[in-house]
Write a protein that binds this ligand. Structure first.
Ligand code: NAD
Length: 484
């Protein structure tokens, strides 16, 4: 059953970049869905703040259109959207200037939760933090939500942490990684730490290897300029895949509390061994007769930025010594699928004839498109024909398990915004975690630059370069098929 909805406390939420793509597609529709569910209280206000000249009414029209386009559903027609829009306001503001800040300060109410969502380019984070302080908007109870990318290497991430720390305490800073807001990601913790079944087997004695795949079908789209300075390693591995790796590999925290969980994640990152460059494959999607390739998309015919990465890494601790982790992510792949796969070892001895077949237990945690968990269990093939073994899935696809109520499960952004209002940092990255992740990532990227490495081309709609398949074949393993 879907859990009860508990309304959060009244709040003032300011969305810097309130006219941007992220606000339109995710933040505003997400807030509306929380309003529909009864979680957003009647006393809440949401203020869009951006450079565009608009008044409250024209912003409400903008918000209405965004919600209708991106998932308001049936509530758009029944008057709920009109009710929601009464909570919306707008301030024209310049993050680097003086205009709009007094107006914004005048709209804030005392004694209630105050949250500032930095949905703007990272170059503006410092300017906004400083002005929130100078204009008296930042109270000890205020929180700020910071979008990715959080720096582009260790040095810039450190500098950003330092800038934010001048005006906000770490307990006020919510570094968002929307992968952590996904239902299955949290379920991963429930499965691991809420059952007796898995945790005793969750180590290198029983787990052969773990795969994490985040495959996208889209190319770089309109983000070409940014993406070409970033690449898959910075854009996906350093944050999203790293967070998934932490949750799958961490020790049980003493409590499900922010710092207990984040301490354990940090230990995983710090225990990651440097990656041997033979164990990394970079790729870049090429053009076809009908489709432009990566270099066309980013309008850089000599780009050596990767749109695909596959790598093998090891965690040097007692639990995982000897169990490799294979990570892969890329754009323009055959289907959109994010999955964590735990492949258990063979049984120590088979009592069956060789031709009965031999199978391994596989636990697959699918994050998108259909959130759910499947456990492959070996059984006898039914019917006559002697003892033949087959795999059957114990399927916990949420949509099937929950029925129509699955639609009510909040998406990652809406859940995380409500966590900000509640003051729960468990699913947000701490500053030292982000820095540790960069400390592991930087030498990999620097190595590519030093060696002048060029990514391997791969076809759009494929599973990436052949070398990525070889990465596992060499170890006598294979990637699980990328499924939609
Ligand atoms: P965008 O370019 O669509 O929007 C930027 C917003 O910032 C606009 O509202 C604009 O008016 C405002 N802005 C720009 N300069 C300003 C200034 N000087 N003063 C005040 N406002 C100013 O960007 P976006 O795609 O919405 O992304 C916002 C942030 O979220 C970025 O950090 C991005 O990396 C991150 N992000 C976006 C997505 C996404 O899907 N769009 C996903 C993950 C992270």
């Amino acid at each position: 059953m879907v859990s009860r909805v508990i309304p959060v406390d009244p709040f003032d939420l300011v969305i810097f970049g309130g006219t941007g793509d992220l606000a339109r597609r995710k933040i505003l529709p997400g807030l509306f869905r929380r309003f529909c569910s009864g979680q957003m209280p009647g006393e809440a206000t949401i203020v869009g703040a951006a450079r565009s000249e608009m008044d409250d009414d024209s912003y409400r029209t903008f918000v209405r259109e965004a919600i209708v386009e991106f998932g308001g559903g049936r509530h758009c027609e029944d008057g709920t959207l009109d009710e929601f829009l009464k909570h919306i306001g707008y301030v024209t503001i310049d993050a680097r200037g003086t205009g709009g800040w007094d107006d914004l300060a005048g709209r804030m109410r005392d004694g209630i939760v105050r949250a500032f969502y930095f949905s703007v380019a990272p170059a503006l984070f410092g300017d906004i933090a400083e002005r929130l302080h100078n204009y008296g908007l930042a109270t000890p109870e205020s929180r700020i939500v910071v979008e990715k990318p959080f720096g582009k290497n260790l040095e810039t991430a450190r500098a950003l942490n330092k800038t934010l720390a001048q005006h906000f305490d770490e307990t006020q800073i919510y570094r968002i990684d929307h992968y952590l807001g996904k239902e299955t990601v949290q379920n991963l913790m429930a499965v691991r730490f809420g059952n007796m079944l898995f945790e005793p087997l969750w180590n290198s004695q029983y787990v052969d290897h773990i795969q994490i795949t985040v495959a996208e079908t889209v190319g770089v789209g309109g983000r070409g300029g940014y993406y070409d300075t970033s690449g898959a390693m910075r854009d996906m591995v350093q944050n999203h895949l790293m967070q998934l790796l932490c949750l799958i590999a961490m020790e049980p925290p003493a409590r499900f509390e922010p710092d207990a969980v984040r301490d354990e994640k940090l230990k995983v990152i710090r225990a990651l061994e440097p990656v041997d460059y033979h164990h990394i494959v970079r790729g870049q999607y090429g053009a076809t007769d009908t489709q432009p390739g990566y270099r066309d998309h980013v309008e850089n015919p000599r780009s050596t930025t990767e749109s695909f990465v596959a790598l093998k890494c090891h965690i040097s601790n007692w639990r995982w010594a000897g169990t490799p982790f294979y990570l892969r992510t890329g754009k323009r792949l055959k289907s959109r699928s994010s999955e964590i796969v735990v492949v258990f070892k063979d049984t120590p001895h088979s009592i069956f004839e060789e031709d009965a077949g031999r199978h391994r237990n596989v636990l697959a945690i699918q994050l998108q498109p259909n959130e759910g968990i499947t456990l492959g269990v070996t059984i006898k093939e039914p019917g006559p024909g002697g003892m033949r073994l087959i795999d059957v899935p114990l399927d916990m696809t949420f949509a099937d398990a929950l029925g129509p109520e699955a639609e009510e499960v909040p998406d990652a952004y809406e859940r995380l915004i409500m966590d900000v209002i509640r003051g729960n940092q468990t699913l947000f990255m701490r500053g030292d975690e982000v820095e540790a992740a960069w400390a592991w990532t930087d030498p990999i990227i620097e190595g590519w630059t030093r060696r002048g490495e060029v990514p391997k081309p791969y076809d759009s709609g494929s599973t990436g370069p052949d070398d990525a398949l070889m990465l596992m074949h060499r170890d006598g393993r294979k990637w699980r098929e990328i499924r939609s």
